[in-house]
Design a binder for this molecule. Structure first.
Ligand SMILES: *[C@@H]1O[C@H](CO)[C@@H](O)[C@H](O)[C@H]1NC(C)=O
Ligand SMILES: *[C@@H]1O[C@H](CO)[C@@H](O)[C@H](O)[C@H]1NC(C)=O
Ligand SMILES: *[C@@H]1O[C@H](CO)[C@@H](O)[C@H](O)[C@H]1NC(C)=O
Ligand SMILES: *[C@@H]1O[C@H](CO)[C@@H](O)[C@H](O)[C@H]1NC(C)=O
Ligand SMILES: *[C@@H]1O[C@H](CO)[C@@H](O)[C@H](O)[C@H]1NC(C)=O
Ligand SMILES: *[C@@H]1O[C@H](CO)[C@@H](O)[C@H](O)[C@H]1NC(C)=O
Length: 490
């Protein structure tokens, strides 16, 4: 009797650690956590180890294909406090199951670009009609197939900065709506949930708002228009050094986007001149001036590359070292009240998109023709029947939680016992209180997933009681206390 009760309890605990993030949905201009109904703010980093030019499918590798690398990076990101990564260049035919499952286990969502810089894998901004064909669409649909089954796939970007100046603003916009339409119809026909599709814009102020209006407007009077984006993001580098809400121009962004009918966020941010970065935009981005309109952002970028935006230096032998910017960003994230931030009530959920018409476009040369290209020859069959062969992704169990590579803190000290801490079901990662961040490097590393979560929960229950904060660690702590007291009763 007692034995079977223990078994039931263990089963219940294991079920509790099924570790799927809650899916994120879009209502009006908000991201919504489907488990709580609250608004969701992105606290993310761009993740493109090797850089944009490093993408080479012939290598058999992309940023989400090596589980050991993802485990190392997920552990560092979990400590950093992020809840999302943006991944740009992916080969849909590689196996991403382990990486996706690791990020899912630690409560980190994935924002997936469907394009790559390779020929035939993106829209040419100088001559979009030469690249919008069924072979190109087949590639974008393959990325959807590869990632549609993971619960932590948050959205797809149909394009990144394809419109970046006056000439591209004149010819590209109808193609961006066409690609958006095709992706949304493909997802509707072939995915079991609605995965949002959006656009990541260059922050070129002359064309930014026209791009947003062109892409968010409706030709059908409501949000049933499949060619309108579900969200709009911009790559923002206007806050440099210890700037301010007004000096950075963030005030204008908030004013200009306040009527948005779709979520708006920074798909990249983190100006790196002057260096080192102080990340004082973080408390403003997640503060009361910005959160009524924006939904957070993604810091550019996790890995140190030639452009010098990195938070972590990755070596080819697998070792890694945090850079001083990592510590600074970690402190800024840790200063946020995440309980308040992720508990914001949904708002503006019934906001109506503007009607597509010439009057919503202000630039004289920006495209204001809302007749978009037809689906190219051969592509409707793909949208209707699905591509073949289609890659299939699925969550796998994450049994190894311990990072094996040598990882150093920014001061050169080796971080011993670095591991991921799988979260309970329906949790996403949050910044940890500083007390946990500094002490976790010395804690012993668990050997199995279940005991790891329980052990971590127990440890955290003590530490967070002292720190007195954080929803995630709090609810894990409750599971830990329940398990501990039950076994001491027995
Ligand atoms: C479509 O994509 C799949 C998956 O990447 C690939 O195997 C197939 O060859 C592609 N088909 C065409 C016609 O490009
Ligand atoms: C954007 O906001 C600023 C500040 O409120 C305003 O001056 C400007 O006219 C706005 N631009 C557009 C196109 O609405
Ligand atoms: C949502 O509504 C609030 C309150 O009416 C307003 O202050 C805010 O600017 C709106 N946000 C968006 C994105 O429309
Ligand atoms: C890995 O490479 C780095 C940078 O070249 C070097 O400092 C380090 O000693 C190497 N580590 C191992 C374990 O080989
Ligand atoms: C964080 O926000 C919550 C909810 O608004 C509030 O109850 C709590 O006191 C805040 N914590 C701190 C440390 O300010
Ligand atoms: C709008 O674009 C369509 C498709 O390219 C074209 O047939 C039509 O003439 C354009 N309308 C105007 C007013 O330029």
């Amino acid at each position: 009797m007692i034995a079977s009760t223990i078994q039931l309890l263990l089963l219940a605990l294991c079920a509790g650690f099924a570790r799927a993030v809650p899916t994120i949905e879009i209502k009006g201009s908000d991201f919504i956590n489907s488990a709580t109904g609250d608004r969701f703010q992105l606290l993310g980093v761009a993740y493109q180890p090797g850089g944009s030019s490093g993408f080479d499918p012939a290598s058999g590798l992309d940023p989400l294909s090596d589980g050991d690398v993802c485990l190392r990076d997920a552990a560092l990101m979990q400590r950093l406090g992020v809840n999302a990564i943006r991944v740009y260049n992916l080969d849909p035919d590689l196996n991403h199951d382990m990486c996706a499952s690791i990020f899912n286990a630690v409560g980190i969502y994935m924002l997936i670009d469907v394009n790559s810089p390779l020929v035939g894998q993106s829209i040419d901004r100088g001559a979009p009609w030469t690249t919008y064909d069924s072979s190109y669409l087949n590639r974008t649909f393959a990325v959807v197939e590869a990632f549609k089954n993971y619960p932590n796939t948050l959205l797809f970007f149909a394009g990144n900065e394809v419109i970046n100046d006056d000439p591209s603003g004149k010819i590209v916009p109808p193609y961006m709506r066409a690609v958006t339409r095709d992706l949304k119809n493909y997802i509707k026909n072939h995915a079991t949930r609605t995965i949002p599709v959006g656009y990541s814009a260059a922050d070129v102020r002359d064309i930014l708002l026209d791009t947003w209006n062109y892409l968010q407007c409706t030709t059908t009077g409501d949000d049933s228009d499949m060619s309108r984006v579900d969200l709009f993001a911009l790559n923002s580098y206007s806050w440099c050094g210890d700037s301010s809400f007004t000096t950075s121009g963030y005030d204008k962004l908030v004013a200009n986007f306040s009527s948005t009918s779709v979520p708006v966020f920074f798909s990249e941010y983190g100006c790196n001149v002057p260096a080192p970065r102080v990340f004082t935009e973080v408390p403003v981005l997640y503060g009361p001036q910005m959160t009524p309109v924006l939904s957070g952002g993604m810091v550019y970028e996790y890995s140190e590359e030639a452009s010098d935006y990195g938070l972590v230096n990755l070596n080819s032998n697998g070792s890694a070292q945090c850079l001083p910017d990592y510590d600074t960003l970690q402190k800024q994230f840790a200063s946020l009240n995440v309980t308040a931030l992720q508990g914001l009530p949904a708002q503006n959920t019934s906001i109506k998109p503007p009607t597509c018409s010439e009057s919503i476009i202000t630039g004289s040369s920006f495209n204001s023709n809302f007749t978009i290209p037809d689906v190219p020859p051969g592509a409707q069959a793909l949208i209707d029947k699905g591509i073949s062969p289609a890659p299939v992704g699925k969550l796998v169990s994450v049994t190894n939680t311990k990072v094996t590579q040598v990882v150093q803190a920014s001061n050169g000290q080796v971080i011993h016992g670095l591991s991921i801490t799988p979260l309970a079901n329906d949790e996403s990662n949050t910044p940890r209180p500083q007390s946990l961040v500094s002490s976790s490097s010395s804690s012993s590393s668990p050997t199995s997933t279940t005991s790891s979560a329980t052990a971590a929960a127990t440890t955290n229950s003590k530490k967070s009681a002292a720190a007195g904060v954080q929803r995630n660690w709090g609810s894990l702590a409750i599971a830990g206390i329940a398990a501990v007291s039950w076994f001491s009763l027995v």
